[in-house]
Design a protein around this ligand. Structure first.
Ligand code: NAP
Length: 252
């Protein structure tokens, strides 16, 4: 077990990619705090599943966009499980619309969740990680940061900013043994991508050299690597996991 007794916090751990990450971390022996916004039952069921398998887990409610709540949640986790060794900023949302139709509320909500939430939780753990001279931060970005689609100005801006933030923070924390990296998924089979997959799945697959959508576990495995001892000399990187989608080789 590569992460025995490490304390991990996963935002958006109730379902999708975050759930697979939480399961993977627990499977490697980490104690896992699962942060959810609305999916209380799913988050508590996942915590129960981890505990029934002999692990340690707890589920806590927070809107990641709420700075004070992020601080409070980290304090609760520290009291219950110990200081956070691994932070996975996974919580994210889309609210797509063509720019001329986009309401300021759609812009603000997506930026405050995807970028603001990442800032809030990094801020809540960074000082303690610096003091302990150890820590792993993994931000979940998207290929949409660089390979853009109509209707996603808010989402692409948020993920592009997450990538820049990842690199900047990595530079600040590197000398104290804290690494900061990001993963950039392509199309992964979760609730978030369901509408577009249902509408244009066959067409999209033509642009994915591997001809399949990714599974949450495809992302979780890379997050586990970045959270573990084998990646200790990697920081400030954004690792793309997309079956080759971003290579841009359309074929029939
Ligand atoms: P998902 O299935 O829609 O799950 C989203 C998760 O984020 C849920 O656990 C949700 O919690 C949580 N969440 C959303 N807003 C939140 C908030 N304000 N506060 C706290 N938690 C919040 O999405 P997913 O596909 O697993 O996405 C996970 C991450 O991967 C996101 O950052 C997304 O941008 C990124 N990503 C996904 C894909 C893809 O194809 N699926 C591609 C590239 C990047 P509740 O259920 O409790 O509301």
């Amino acid at each position: 077990m590569r992460l025995k007794d490490k304390v991990a916090l996963v935002t958006g751990g109730s379902r999708g990619i975050g759930k697979a990450v939480a399961q993977g971390l627990a499977g490697e022996g980490a104690k896992v705090a699962i942060i959810y916004k609305g999916s209380k039952e799913a988050a508590e069921a996942l915590a129960g599943e981890i505990i029934s398998q002999g692990g340690q887990a707890l589920a806590l409610q927070a809107d990641v966009a709420d700075y004070n709540r992020a601080k409070a949640v980290v304090e609760e986790v520290e009291k219950a499980l110990g200081p956070v060794d691994i932070l996975v900023n996974n919580a994210g949302m889309i609210h797509d619309d063509l720019f001329v139709r986009l309401e300021p509320e759609q812009w603000n909500q997506v930026l405050q969740t995807n970028l603001g939430g990442t800032f809030n939780f990094c801020h809540a753990v960074a000082f303690s990680m610096l003091r302990r001279r150890a820590g792993r931060i993994i931000n979940v970005s998207s290929v949409a940061a660089d390979y853009v689609n109509p209707g996603q100005t808010n989402y692409s801006a948020s993920k592009g900013a997450v990538n820049s933030f990842t690199r900047s923070l990595a530079v600040e924390l590197a000398s104290r043994g804290v690494t900061v990296n990001a993963v950039a998924p392509g199309f992964i089979e979760t609730d978030m991508s369901a509408a577009v997959r249902n509408k244009a799945g066959d067409l999209i697959k033509k642009f994915i050299p591997m001809r399949r959508f990714g599974q949450p576990e495809d992302i979780a495995k890379v997050v586990l690597f970045l959270a573990g001892p084998d990646s200790s000399y990697i920081t400030g990187q954004v690792i793309t996991i997309d079956g080759g989608l971003s290579l841009g080789a359309a074929s029939g």
